[in-house]
Design a protein around this ligand. Sequence first.
Ligand code: NDP
Ligand code: MG
Length: 385
Amino acid sequence: MNRQPTRVMILGASGSIGGTALTALRKYREAFTIVGLSCHTNAEQVLMWADEFKVPNICITGNANCDISGVQPRIYSGTDGLRAMILEVECDVILNGISGSAGMVPSFWALESGRHLALANKESVVMGGPLLFEAARDSGASIIPVDSEHSTIDALIAAHGKESISSVIITASGGPFMSFTTEQMKEVRPADALKHPTWSMGRKISIDSATLANKGLEVIEACYLFNIDPDTVEVVIHPQSIVHSMVRLINGAVYAQMSPPDMSLPIMEAINISTFPLRNVVRPLDFSELNLSFSAWDETRFPMLAYAYQSIKTGGSYPIAFNRANEIAVNLFLEHAISFPAISDIVQHALQADFSHGPSHFEEILVIDRIISEQVEQTISRFIR
Ligand code: NDP
Ligand code: MG
């Protein structure tokens, strides 16, 4: 069959998701063409990708780590440049692999431009909530989840029908401190927390995985993405990260999706909007190597997941507050300014304020996020060591 290649733009191309996407795309050059890449600082990396894939447009939102004068691709700069690249460059699907809350506004721009949005940046969903899906409906664009759990829940819901599902089950590796006591967690350093046992990822999501805040963000993400009640989202610890999610049917059966812990699969599934037959994206599982285990999560040692449930159940702007307070705390921990347990202390403290009012339009999300940020910053000194 003679198909036009799908035109892909990758935001956050210098990061873990961006690199995994581009590495996977090497195998499918006839089906995809890369029309734009963005990075914040690591222009050197992105120029290498641009050279390899003959990418005509690049955006550098921050300060480039190398000389970019006289380079071949068209260069867009800064946040305005990113908006211009998203709106101007013809493309079919935008993969958003920017880390943290900086990814939210570009998600709205992508949807505004009517492009399909392959969304790795879970913070966009947590902050944008229903307004993000409204933006998609307004422009006719679709939001396709890249997070491995949500990518597979999406497929399981499509296979079984939402009406026959009683709950979705998200698996969590548990991170590097699954067996640590509360006392041991006080001594954890950023380098320890960055060593994830099964996934290789960026710094922020690695810390979030160690506190289980990542699972918290994913519970909120699932509620908004699939329009389901938090009480129907279960989390189970599964250290091998082979089962990515499951659905529990009303008849009592449970269906699971299994594949190696490799983001290539959910990324390729999300950007493959023309349903090109993708073969061998990841290696086949060898069952003689597998020994799978499951257990319940411990709220006392990992309170962040409980705070996330509390935020989405209370609604309003609590999910935005959970996300912002966590991001501030993670940055402080990475700078060695606070202890590991102080991350959850900061979030717990932040959630005590009144955030019952939710945003009614896009600009209001930014205003509320800024107010939350100021409130958290004002109280931060008591947690600094
Ligand atoms: P990384 O830290 O590896 O990469 C982040 C990317 O975002 C880099 O390209 C970075 O640019 C860019 N960036 C950072 N700050 C800004 C900013 N202010 N404005 C614009 N761009 C910025 O992160 P990951 O790839 O690990 O994660 C990306 C997203 O995907 C996160 O939301 C994460 O939760 C989600 N995700 C990641 C998974 C993974 O396996 N990594 C799995 C599931 C979800 P530069 O490096 O040039 O400064
Ligand atoms: Mg995930």
